[in-house]
Design a protein around this ligand. Structure first.
Ligand code: ZN
Length: 463
């Protein structure tokens, strides 16, 4: 009887403690900032303004006691202001940058089950455009810096917060603008950004990714011109046929498998959580100094993501040609989209395309100049901090370094010599990715875990 009573009161106390923990003032504040940011439309449309969101954050930072002189609101266009704030440390070490973007991909009311710009908590989820990409992270940074200030935390390095515009598109990429126009304000020893984070499946926490590299985006335009003529008098030399046959050869092109420190570690560690033993063995086989070709081929066939991690890829994405049903085509064009491994040159990929197309009538040109991306080396302090915090907060979860097959704003900072890592303690379900899509959401529990993870990470790395 007595033991039962103790057990019951323990349950009662822990439930009360949990309820209290949920409503801790710093958590409430994080939720308020998150809600405020989600409800400000920051799309690259006439209805959107990143400036409004930046101003809302600036107001919060000012009322938390950060000096006006340490808060900058600026940008190249009136609705595309970025926010930069400096949390002053002792100066013993060089600064650390906390980077998140404020803009979001457009969302239409009719595509969603509810208004995407109304923050909504329902059955354990936070819903709204930007809840996952990237306003969870932005609000966590802001809330944690306010919490640290309240606690009187004095870091050994300045903490620089940069909340930026046009990561998702638009003409005024804030990260690029800051690093080129105001380098002194964002210069740092290293940076923490989106692009990494925790993966779970059906509620089970699996891996925590650190993004340390990303592939380079490059479009190529293929073009064949011809003098044309009447289609009743065809000749063998046809612009559409030249292009089509070149593209058929291109469809068979496979770039060589090439792993880096980051991607081989990714496969090696992913093998430890892979449930299929044959796949796990293949992952170990490609992680070796000389990757096993047969294992690489099997992994490539199994998952496009693994294929893209191991090699440069190029794929035809658009096609055009001809001008009338009864005329020989004077022009045939295609767009080929390449995702180039960091370290490989755009010129070498272009040459490979030319060789593969194997037809001098097909010209190959760059659509836009690439933003080559240098991989960051895996800094021991960042890796160790993420590993020990992951162990502490999410026992059993494996930390894996990754190279994004897409691109984030991290590339502008990496290219400027500031190693940038995608680190995020907010876990998401790998089978339920809604960023850029409809009914975007983040788990309530996962949001607050991410808040705590970032808090501890900043404390650890700023010392
Ligand atoms: Zn994003």
């Amino acid at each position: 009887m007595h033991r039962l009573a103790v057990a019951v009161s323990c349950i009662f106390i822990s439930a009360a403690a949990a309820a209290l923990a949920q409503t801790a003032p710093y958590k409430q504040r994080a939720r308020e900032i998150y809600k405020e940011l989600v409800e400000i439309n920051t799309t690259d449309t006439p209805a959107g303004s990143v400036t409004k969101a930046a101003e809302a954050v600036a107001a919060r930072l000012r009322s938390a006691g950060f000096a006006d002189a340490d808060i900058r609101l600026f940008g190249p266009a009136p609705n595309k202001f970025n926010l930069v704030m400096r949390y002053r440390g002792t100066g013993a070490k060089r600064p650390m940058l906390l980077l998140a973007h404020l803009d979001v991909v457009d969302a239409k009311r009719e595509d969603w089950s509810f208004d995407p710009f109304v923050f909504r908590e329902d059955s354990g989820w936070f819903y709204g455009r930007g809840t996952s990409d990237d306003k969870a992270m932005a609000s966590q940074f802001v809330a944690n810096l306010i919490r640290l200030k309240e606690e009187g935390f004095k870091p050994e390095r300045d903490l620089i917060l940069a909340l930026t515009a046009d990561e998702e598109g638009g003409d005024y990429n804030g990260a690029e603008w800051l690093v080129t126009q105001h380098r002194d304000l964002v210069d740092a020893e290293f940076a923490i950004n989106e692009g990494g984070g925790g993966n779970m499946r059906k509620g089970k926490y699996l891996t925590n990714e650190i993004q340390a590299a990303e592939k380079v985006y490059q479009d190529f335009r293929l073009e064949v011109t011809n003098s044309g003529g009447h289609s009743s008098l065809p000749i063998k030399d046809n612009a559409i046929y030249h292009l089509a046959q070149g593209l058929a050869r291109l469809s068979a092109l496979e770039f060589p498998v090439q792993l880096s420190e980051i991607t081989s570690t990714y496969f090696e560690r992913s093998a430890t959580v892979e449930t299929d033993p044959a796949t796990a063995a293949d992952m170990r086989a490609v992680a070796r100094a000389t990757p096993d070709a047969a294992a690489a081929a099997r992994l490539s066939a199994k998952l496009p993501y693994w294929n893209s991690m191991m090699r440069t890829t190029c794929v035809a994405t658009r096609l055009g040609g001809g001008h009338a049903n009864n005329a020989l085509p004077q022009l045939a064009t295609a767009n080929v989209n390449c995702r180039i491994l960091p370290g490989a040159t755009v010129e070498s990929v272009k040459q490979r395309l030319v060789d593969t197309l194997a037809d001098p009538t097909i010209t190959v040109s760059l659509v836009k100049d690439a933003h080559p991306s240098q991989p960051a080396t895996l800094r021991a302090d960042v890796l160790n901090a993420v590993e020990s915090l992951t162990k502490e907060m999410f026992p059993g979860v494996v930390v894996v370094p990754v190279m994004s097959t897409g691109a984030t704003d991290g590339l502008y900072f990496r290219n400027a010599g500031i190693p940038t890592y995608g680190v995020d303690g907010t876990f998401g379900d790998i089978d339920d990715v809604r960023a850029h899509g409809r009914d975007e959401r983040v788990g309530v529990k996962q949001y607050f875990e991410g808040l705590e993870f970032q808090y501890r990470l900043i404390r650890t790395l700023a010392k």
